[in-house]
Design a protein around this ligand. Structure first.
Ligand code: GTP
Ligand code: MG
Length: 333
């Protein structure tokens, strides 16, 4: 089973867990998803869940209560507004308020407010796929790169790392640990080296070694710091010049515990860097997982992976339907 980056998941191309319902892999995936969402689910149950279960039909007062509970669910004002508009329009009429809200949230992820940004072509035959991981400090970029490498290497793909965070002390060692753990090659320069030079060397090495995927770990940076964002744009240009179409995927890594701040990051990083997909990490430690729904709906960017723990296996492929089901189902279901 091959999961190509840069492509929308389609029936023939989705990770095995999602495509193969009932298999051991699918059961583990669903178990991990439910566990990972338990804090957000409990929080939703005690706010939105309580409101919805006390309503048999929608009237102006109950609609106000739903709106307030949705705001507490961290999905962000744009998405709350879209849910309210759909309810007022009568979407899902005849169903229970709870079913209506749940299916509206799912459809907002499937039909986002923004058109999804145009997708690249993927890498040409025989060339490595270059994947950048970007995001604010501590969001989980390096850990995600490590988990991804482990997963893709286990699927038989030849993966390499570019340790392009030359800024933070010990960032290179951290990638080195993941490279050893996953058995993947790493290109690394000295601390303080030019990240563009690391990427240049890493792409050359990935091509020479016939790698399938090059995971580029970048330094954390605040979306509000223009000079740091500009530096990343420069590094991106290095890849573009060296291999047409590269980087083939730019993953914005968001920390689910940062709530509304994650939405601001999507707004800033997305257009500035040409982000092609999202990774939402630390869902296991967050009651604010609803932010994922807002991020997808506002930006049109697909969530590629979610992080539900610090271990190698704690990176799960994302599926919007399974995600909403896991958020709304009763505890222990
Ligand atoms: N619980 C949990 N912890 C996570 C997850 N993903 C990452 N972490 C932890 O978050 C912390 C920061 O992760 P890093 O991967 O170093 O983050 P980063 O974005 O590379 O950080 P900088 O390079 O400093 O910008 C580490 O302690 C990780 O183990 C996750 O899905 N769940
Ligand atoms: Mg890092």
């Amino acid at each position: 089973m091959v999961l190509r980056f840069g492509e929308k998941k389609t029936a023939g191309d989705i990770p095995s867990e999602i495509g193969d319902a009932g298999s051991g892999g699918a059961r583990r995936w669903l178990g991990g998803l439910r566990r990972g969402l338990s804090k957000t689910r409990a929080s939703l149950a005690s706010t939105l869940g309580v409101v919805l279960s006390g309503i048999s039909r929608l009237d102006p007062e109950s609609i106000d209560d739903i709106e307030e509970a949705l705001y507490m669910a961290d999905i962000g004002p744009t998405t709350v507004e879209a849910v309210m508009e759909a309810l007022r329009r009568g979407e899902g009429e005849g169903e229970s308020p709870s079913t209506r809200v749940r299916s509206i949230l799912l459809s907002l992820m499937e039909h986002p407010a923004q058109f999804p940004p145009a997708k690249g072509e993927g890498s040409p035959e025989g060339e490595p796929e270059i994947v950048f991981l970007v995001g604010v400090n501590g969001s989980g970029k390096t850990t995600t790169a490590g988990k991804l490498a482990s997963r893709l290497a286990a699927e038989g793909r030849k993966v390499m790392f570019a340790a392009a965070d030359t800024f933070r002390a010990a960032a290179g060692e951290q990638v080195e640990v993941w490279a050893e753990r996953s058995g993947c090659h790493i290109v690394r320069h000295k601390e303080g080296a030019d990240p563009g030079a690391v990427v240049f060397d890493a792409i050359a090495s990935a091509r020479a070694r016939g790698a399938d995927i090059l995971l580029v770990d970048t330094a954390g940076r605040l979306h509000t710091k223009k000079n740091l964002m500009d530096e990343l744009i420069k590094v991106r240009r290095v890849a573009e010049r060296q291999l047409p179409g590269a980087p083939h995927e730019i993953l914005l890594v968001l920390d689910a515990t940062s709530g509304q701040n994650a939405l601001a990051q999507v707004r800033e990083f997305g257009p500035a860097l040409g982000v092609t997909g999202l990774v939402v990490t630390k869902l296991d430690g967050s009651a604010k997982g609803g932010v994922l729904i807002g991020a997808v709906h506002e930006s049109g960017l697909p969530v590629r992976w979610i992080g539900v723990g610090e271990g190698t296996d704690d990176l799960l492929p994302f599926d919007a339907k399974a995600f909403t089901d896991a958020l709304f189902e009763a505890e222990g279901a």
